[in-house]
Design a protein around this ligand. Structure first.
Ligand SMILES: Nc1ncnc2c1ncn2[C@@H]1O[C@H](COP(=O)(O)OP(=O)(O)OP(=O)(O)O)[C@@H](O)[C@H]1O
Length: 238
């Protein structure tokens, strides 16, 4: 579904992404982890088009998108949910989602967009809050809204940027169940996460970054036992 080859991004003297290559298969849930400053957000920004790489190539569904603007990636089916949720606070949950469903496609018939919103609002458990102004939601509901907004763009691959940050453990478990439901509805997921219990519970496969490079990849237990990965985390903690 997604193929990344030799991606490099430099900020002055810092190489935030250094020859990053990875593949995402249809239907999988892939976690990208690594210590602070490893380059995870940079990678996500390169994939969603907020940053342009200095080198390398990104293919999505067999088409090159390396230099495509973010909205074109969204239309092709590459969606993104952000860590900082920024809904329109005075608009209802339903209206916020309608914006997602119509994003960049104002000619979409209203009925079609509303059908998408109705499906997504059920899937994400937000139906009881449909008419609530987004500014009155709890943090967990905010996170649901952000996932729902991204889903309304009808992604084939959804990029999640630390969407569990700030949640209590029981809320994080609910969010894990929601991401599983999203995958089961046919959406492939790539997520960045610091909470290891979440990574362990959710990821089919884990890619580990350190100093801009991919240093390990595989099932959670294998990467957690990998000496290079342990050194990256423990070394940085001192
Ligand atoms: N816009 C920028 N300008 C300059 N340096 C940047 C910029 N964005 C990121 N960096 C640097 O690139 C490196 C990778 O940062 P990045 O935010 O991608 O890491 P991360 O793994 O997402 O970290 P965290 O887990 O703390 O969010 C860091 O050294 C960071 O300071």
């Amino acid at each position: 579904m997604l193929s990344v080859q030799g991606l490099c991004k430099r900020f002055g003297g810092v190489t935030a992404a250094n020859e990053v290559s990875l593949q995402v298969a249809p239907g999988e849930i892939l976690a990208v982890i690594g210590p602070n400053g490893a380059g995870k957000s940079t990678l996500l920004n390169l994939l969603s088009g907020l940053l342009r790489p200095d080198e390398g190539r990104i293919e999505f569904l067999g088409q090159e998108i390396t230099h495509a603007p973010p909205e074109v990636r969204t239309w092709k089916g590459l969606g993104r949910a952000f860590q900082i949720v920024q809904p329109f606070p005075e608009m209802s949950v339903w209206e916020n989602l309608l914006v997602g469903a119509l994003y960049g496609k104002p000619s979409t018939p209203r009925k079609v967009a509303e059908r998408v919103v109705a499906e997504v609002i059920e899937l994400t458990g937000l139906a009881p809050k449909a008419q609530t102004p987004a500014g009155e939601l709890t943090l967990l509901e905010d996170k649901r809204l952000e996932l729902a907004r991204a889903l309304c763009t009808q992604p084939r691959l959804l990029l999640l940027d630390e969407v569990m940050a700030g949640l209590r453990p029981s809320e994080a478990l609910e969010a894990v169940a929601l991401v599983r439901r999203i995958r089961d509805s046919g959406v492939t997921v790539l997520f960045i996460e610091h909470l290891m219990p979440v990574v362990r519970a959710l990821a089919d496969r884990v890619v580990v970054m350190d100093y801009g490079r991919v240093i390990a990849e595989g099932p959670y237990d294998a990467v957690a036992a990998n000496p290079k990965v342990r050194e990256a985390y423990l070394g940085r903690a001192q």
